[in-house]
Design a protein around this ligand. Structure first.
Ligand SMILES: Nc1nc2c(c(=O)[nH]1)N[C@@H](CN(C=O)c1ccc(C(=O)N[C@@H](CCC(=O)O)C(=O)O)cc1)CN2
Length: 295
């Protein structure tokens, strides 16, 4: 069997199109959604992600507020900026790009963001709301994975899902979202016994473990849907290349559908950030939320 390739780039373009249509409707009512992105330091990958976030925010017609701070910025100054953004009515979404430099406590920064403007969905209030099945801001990468799974499979009800990885940013919220869609969910991690056999029971495997090409064909049940969240740079001669947490070459011979890296989950992360910003703006203004752009 050769798997269907789930084209995250094309899917993300569709999501951005829907976001753009909703932004246009909001603008007719005199409302422009605004997203503030804060970057501390010069991490090269983060600089690219932040640049792309700003560019795509403008492309869908929203206002973009970029705050690039020196690597030596104090935690106190960063918290003061977040307070300012919390109070700014033109800003509907705020995020601080991760990772932050070592001298800054990321948990403290995430806790300082107004939960209603927390478009990353990392604030403890949103984590709790999601876990209890209430209306939350949902982390962008898991939201993107959920959208692709729903599109591919329709209902997830009763399906066995294994999430490989237990991070706060992807693994745990992904499991919550799958559970909300009535999948039977197991979170696997480095201490899980016979992880290969466990994964072979899964109709859905979400790999978010951060280890290059760890999940290979013999982990996959024939016909399963495989979502690869990993972004790992590995040596490729003199250069490097990007691979996921799934061994795409072998797994794609067994799976029914699979996301590639690059071009799978990654592009959906920023598209869902834009979707979350529109959602936050609608909620702030007491308006109906955009259909198909929330969990
Ligand atoms: N505050 C946040 N920080 C980080 C998040 C996040 O969601 N919020 N996620 C990642 C980085 N990230 C967005 O911020 C992100 C990662 C990857 C991609 C992407 O499109 N990847 C491409 C490949 C890009 C490349 O060539 O390097 C792909 O997979 O096709 C977008 C956004 C950590 N920090």
């Amino acid at each position: 069997m050769t798997a269907d390739i789930i084209d995250g780039k094309a899917f993300a373009a569709t999501v951005r199109g829907k976001v753009g249509e909703h932004v246009a409707r909001l603008k007719e009512q005199g409302i422009t959604p605004g997203l503030a992105v804060v970057l501390v330091g010069e991490d090269p990958a983060s600089q690219v992600y932040v640049r792309n976030k700003g560019k795509q925010t403008l492309e869908v017609g929203m206002a973009s507020f970029e705050h690039k701070l020196d690597a030596s910025t104090s935690e106190e100054d960063l918290l003061a900026l977040i307070e300012k953004l919390n109070a700014d009515p033109a800003v509907h979404g705020i995020l601080c790009q991760l990772p932050v430099p070592d001298h800054i406590n990321a948990d403290k920064v995430l806790a300082a963001i107004d939960p209603a403007k927390d478009v990353d969905g990392f604030h403890i209030s949103n984590v709790g709301l999601l876990a209890t099945g209430q209306k939350a801001m949902v982390p962008c990468t898991p939201l993107g994975c959920l959208m692709m799974l729903r599109d591919k499979l329709g209902s997830l009800s009763g399906l066995n899902a294994v999430v490989v990885g237990r991070s706060n940013i992807v693994g745990k919220p992904m499991a919550q979202l799958l559970l909300r869609d009535s999948a039977t969910v197991t979170i696997a991690h480095s201490r899980t016994k016979d992880i290969e056999a466990l994964c072979r029971t899964a109709d859905i495997v979400v790999a978010a473990v951060g280890r290059a090409e760890m999940v290979s064909a013999d982990w996959i049940k024939p016909g399963a849907t495989v979502i690869d969240v990993g972004i790992n740079r590995v040596p490729n001669g003199e250069k490097t290349r990007l691979v996921g947490d799934v061994d795409f070459a072998s797994a794609s011979q067994v799976a029914g559908a699979i996301t590639p890296v690059p071009g799978g989950v990654g592009p959906m992360t920023i598209a869902c950030l834009l979707a979350n910003t529109v959602t936050a703006c609608c909620r702030a203004n007491g308006l109906a939320e955009p259909e198909g752009l929330t969990a």
